[in-house]
Design a protein around this ligand. Structure first.
Ligand code: HPA
Length: 272
């Protein structure tokens, strides 16, 4: 991926003459409802944007929304790219680089994740405080160093902005719903984990496990964006009581958490 490719995508998006977005939002599996809260100026299908990968997962609709949320100019990815779909890590994270080029300063991410912490329940929201990257086969930050992206060896001591986590906790309290906080472990998928793997991931300090988010966060943090991310616990990954995974159940659990997640994101954007 080259700067020229990023520039071309950014120029194309700018050509719609909407207000320059300051907030980027990536919506996870089954969590697209926030899009309905956006006062949308334009919808841009991914396949029309130069150098954008195409979305392939059915539960993702694959378009970029430009508009306003709580009065702020936002750019929303309705549908994201996963490594397990066959995209390379530079492709998975390409839209985040484009966001930066367009002037985005804050990135909000949602995802569906499996709950490893025995205190969690299905449809809980978990504010991500930290992550563990188990993307062992490819890393979006490798390759020739382009100083325009940021540091060669980006610091990861605080990839999730503490002020945004605090703000989200305050919002949840005010709106009257509970939120969990914890560590997200990012895996490549697409298979779900074995019981032995869930046991290991829990022992390693993770509270939820999922197949997204970590690449985007690494790239966004390298480029100096403020990042906030929230998981929805869609299934319980406790080895002793593990049930067979089912996509319909995962989507139903995501749908039940959506109103709270939507309210949380809207309020967070309002207070930026
Ligand atoms: N593992 C990985 N990703 C997931 C899971 C899981 O159990 N549930 C939802 N996304």
């Amino acid at each position: 991926m080259t700067i020229d490719q990023i520039q071309k995508a950014a120029d194309f998006i700018r050509s719609f003459n909407t207000p320059a977005p300051t907030v980027g939002i990536i919506l996870g599996t089954g969590l697209g409802a926030l899009a309905r809260e956006i006062k949308t100026d334009v919808e841009i299908p991914y396949e029309t944007i130069p150098n954008f990968p195409l979305s392939t997962v059915e539960s993702h609709s694959g378009k970029l929304l430009l508009g306003t949320l709580a009065g702020k100019p936002v750019m929303v990815m309705q549908g994201r790219f996963h490594f397990y779909e066959g995209y390379s890590m530079p492709q998975v994270t390409f839209p985040v680089r484009v966001m930066k080029w367009l002037g985005v300063q804050t990135l909000l991410i949602s995802n569906a994740a499996g709950g490893l912490n025995p205190g969690f329940q299905v449809s809980d929201l978990m504010l991500i405080e930290d992550h563990i990257s188990l993307l062992l086969t490819q890393n979006p930050l490798t390759g020739p160093h382009l100083p325009a992206f940021g540091d060669r060896f980006p610091d990861m001591s605080e990839p999730y902005h503490p002020k945004l986590i605090q703000e989200a906790e305050a919002i949840a309290r005010e709106l009257g719903f509970p939120v969990q906080k914890g560590v997200y472990v990012g895996v490549t998928g697409p298979q779900l984990e074995t019981k032995a793997e869930y046991r290991m991931l829990r022992q390693w300090g993770a509270d939820v496990v999922g197949m997204s988010t970590v690449p985007e966060v690494m790239v966004a943090h390298q480029m100096g964006l403020q990042v906030f991310a929230c998981s929805v616990v869609t299934d319980l990954c406790i080895p002793e009581t593990l049930e067979k995974a089912s996509l319909p159940k995962i989507l139903a659990a995501a749908a039940r958490a959506e109103p709270q997640l939507t309210a949380l994101f809207r309020e967070l954007v309002a207070r930026l």
